[in-house]
Design a protein around this ligand. Structure first.
Ligand SMILES: C[S@@+](CC[C@H](N)C(=O)[O-])C[C@H]1O[C@@H](n2cnc3c(N)ncnc32)[C@H](O)[C@@H]1O
Length: 272
């Protein structure tokens, strides 16, 4: 493994934090272990030249490869089920009324990783609207900074463990056996999710405001200022009455959070 000096470590984590919000200032070992092979395969003998190259901005592809290696993509279907219960009991009936005329929902899975989150949302939508699903536009926007993990999401093939929390009826209904231990998402669910690469540090310029934003287990890697600024951008991109879901191990600071707290990890835009 290559060695990383304190100076290069500092240069690299400062760059990553500033541009991508991810705080790796206590993750020196993780950086070394996840990047050493990449450096060697690209012919770098040490981290200094590599960090110089990254900071120069000459090679965006190299930055993408680095982010693909450093992001933590752990996720699974039906993660934090309490959110989906609230979605089903409270949010969906409300959205069905609100959108009775245009029949068009705006839901964003921000930091969607390999797709388990938006596909789970999609299953709930199909179940909720049932035979009326065809009359509704329920397509979900699903974004992540890592294009590598988005390829996995688009490929949409999962193993036993990843789908094990789903009811067995849903496993049969929404997956097609692809191999001994692998399952592909059904085309109807696939068509309901639009995947895009998006850095959450960038301004949010999507055409519509969202009824519901899932940003779960993403801000956990961001420092307070980065988190506060992102939550403000989310707020401006939420329709009045719309909701933000965050991970249950995360929290928003009361003093700076524009949303109203509803219950753990659920917030609502209640202002005018
Ligand atoms: C642990 S996964 C969370 C997946 C899913 N939301 C869940 O709760 O299971 C965190 C995801 O956030 C993405 N991420 C981290 N920083 C990001 C940024 N600045 N912009 C967009 N996505 C980012 C990572 O690539 C990773 O896929």
């Amino acid at each position: 493994m290559l060695s990383l000096s304190e100076h290069d470590f500092q240069r690299l984590y400062t760059y990553i934090k500033k541009n991508y919000g991810i705080d790796l200032s206590k993750k020196k070992q993780l950086i070394v272990s996840r990047l050493s092979n990449t450096l060697s395969s690209k012919g770098f003998k040490d981290f200094t030249a590599y960090v110089d190259e990254i900071l120069s901005g000459r090679d965006p592809e190299m930055v993408t490869t680095m982010l693909n290696k450093l992001t933590t993509n752990y996720t699974y279907f039906l993660r934090e089920e309490e959110h989906f219960q609230y979605f089903w009991d409270i949010i969906l009936p409300d959205l069905e009324k609100k959108h009775a005329k245009d029949k068009n929902l705006a839901i964003w899975s921000a930091g969607c990783s390999s797709g388990e989150e938006p596909y789970t949302i999609s299953m709930y939508l199909k179940e909720y609207f049932g035979s009326k699903a065809g009359q509704w536009d329920t397509r979900i926007l699903a974004t992540d900074i890592s294009n590598k993990i988005l390829s996995t999401a688009i490929n949409a093939t999962y193993n036993d463990e990843s789908i094990s929390a789903l009811p067995s009826g849903w496993q049969r209904k929404y997956f097609i056996k692809a191999g001994k231990d692998s399952y592909s998402i059904s085309p109807a669910l696939k068509q309901n999710v639009i995947f895009r690469t998006f850095n959450l540090m960038d301004p949010i310029k999507f055409k519509r405001k969202f009824d519901l934003i899932f940003c779960r287990n993403v801000m956990i890697y961001f420092d307070q200022d980065t988190k506060d600024a992102l939550v403000r951008r989310f707020y401006n991109a939420t329709v009045p009455g719309g909701h933000l879901f965050i991970g249950h191990s995360e929290g928003l600071t009361k003093a700076t959070c524009p949303y109203t707290y509803v219950k753990p990890a659920i917030y609502q835009k209640t202002g005018a």
